[in-house]
Design a binder for this molecule. Structure first.
Ligand code: PMV
Length: 311
C-alpha cells in the first residue's frame, strides 16, 4: 500500500481566520508535517479506526465525537459503507494534532486519498479536496474550506470561499518565511467559537462590517508585501490582524500572553492562528537565529513549540 500517496498537510493561517467564513480572502501556509492513512478492506462488516497520530494532551479525547462524525461523512461522500464491506483505517504521520493546525482536515483528506489509492479510483485533486470539505463538516457545520484546501494542495495559498468551488491560488514570495508556532495547550471548539462570532455578527452587523472593512485593506496590503518579501511590514500586518481578532473576541489571555512574549523576544510580528480561545499562536521570525531565540523564549511559557519555514 503506497502510504506516501495519502499524505495531507497541516496548515497555519497567516491572515483571515473567521472572516474567511464570510468570504473574506485569507492567506494560509501548509506546514511540511503531514497525516497519512492506510486503508484495508475487511472480510467482516464494521469500521476499525487505529489512530497513531501524535497529539497535544487531551486533543484526541476532546475531538473524538467530531472526528468520528468527520470520518463517517467522508466515507459516505465517497460511497464507502462499512456496514456492507468492513474497513480498517490506520492514521499516522508526523503532524502533531493541536487545535489551530488543521489536524482534522489533514485526517479526512488523508482518508480520501487512502480510499482513492485502495480502490484505484484516480480521483482528481479537486475531488480529494471536495471529499475533505464534506468531512470537515463533522467538525463544524459551516467550514470555509481553507483547512482542507491547504491540506490537499500544500504551499502558501490565497484562499477565498465562494458559493461554489473555493477560489485559491499559490502566492509567490521571494524569500523563505520562517515561523515559530506555539500551543496554548487549550483545545478550542471550532463549532462553538464560529457560532459565537455568528451570533455577535447577527446582533450587531455594523460592528462586524467595520472589522471586515479594516481587514480588507490589511489583507490587500499583505499580499503585496508578501510578493516584495518585506518581512518587517508583514509582521506589522500580522500584529494588526491579531488586534482585529481581539476585537472579534476570539483571542484569549493565553494567546495574548504568547503574542506579547514572542514580540518581546524579537519576532517581527505575532498573532493567534485558527479558531482561537486556545489553539495556536504564530510568530514571524525572519532569520534562523531569531527563529531559535523566539522558540526558546516561548518554550518557557507554552507546553509545545514548533518551527516551520514556508519556502
Ligand atoms: O482552528 P482550525 O485549525 O480548525 O481553523 C479554523 C479556521 C476558521 O476560520 C476559524 C474556521 C473556518 O472554517 O475557516
Amino acid at each position: 500500500f503506497p502510504i506516501d500517496r495519502t499524505r495531507a498537510f497541516g496548515k497555519l493561517i497567516l491572515f483571515g481566520e473567521h472572516l474567511v467564513v464570510y468570504k473574506a480572502p485569507a492567506i494560509v501556509g501548509a506546514v511540511s508535517a503531514y497525516t497519512d492513512c492506510k486503508l484495508e478492506y475487511l472480510d467482516e462488516p464494521g469500521l476499525v479506526v487505529v489512530d497513531n497520530r501524535p497529539a497535544v494532551p487531551h486533543y484526541k479525547e476532546e475531538k473524538k465525537d467530531e472526528g468520528d462524525e468527520a470520518i463517517k461523512l467522508t466515507l459516505a461522500h465517497l460511497g464507502v459503507d462499512p456496514s456492507v464491506r468492513g474497513v480498517k483505517m490506520t492514521f499516522g504521520g508526523d503532524l502533531c494534532c493541536a487545535s489551530g493546525i488543521g489536524a482534522s482536515a489533514a485526517q479526512v483528506v488523508a482518508l480520501a486519498r487512502a480510499i482513492d489509492v485502495a480502490d484505484s479510483r484516480s480521483m482528481t485533486e479537486d475531488e480529494i479536496n471536495a471529499a475533505g470539505y464534506e468531512g470537515e463538516k463533522g467538525y463544524h457545520g459551516t467550514p470555509s474550506g481553507i483547512d482542507n484546501t491547504a491540506a490537499t494542495f500544500g504551499g502558501l495559498l490565497r484562499f477565498r470561499r465562494t458559493d461554489g468551488a473555493p477560489a485559491f491560488e499559490k502566492v509567490r514570495f521571494p524569500s523563505a518565511i520562517r515561523i515559530v508556532y506555539a500551543s496554548t495547550g487549550i483545545t478550542a471548539s471550532t463549532t462553538k467559537v464560529v457560532g459565537d462570532v455568528r451570533s455577535r455578527k447577527e446582533a450587531d452587523e455594523s460592528w462586524f462590517a467595520d472589522i471586515m472593512e479594516k481587514y480588507a485593506s490589511l489583507v490587500g496590503e499583505a499580499e503585496r508585501v508578501l510578493e516584495r518579501g518585506d518581512m518587517n511590514r508583514l509582521g506589522e500586518l500580522m500584529n494588526l490582524n491579531h488586534t482585529l481578532l481581539q476585537e472579534l473576541t476570539v483571542s484569549c489571555k493565553e494567546l495574548d500572553d504568547l503574542v506579547v512574549a514572542a514580540r518581546a523576544a524579537g519576532a517581527v510580528g505575532a498573532k493567534m492562528s485558527g479558531t482561537g480561545r486556545g489553539g495556536l499562536m504564530i510568530a514571524l521570525t525572519p532569520t534562523e537565529e531569531l527563529q531559535n531565540s523566539v522558540a526558546a523564549a516561548l518554550e518557557k511559557l507554552a507546553p509545545q513549540v514548533w518551527k516551520t519555514t514556508f519556502a
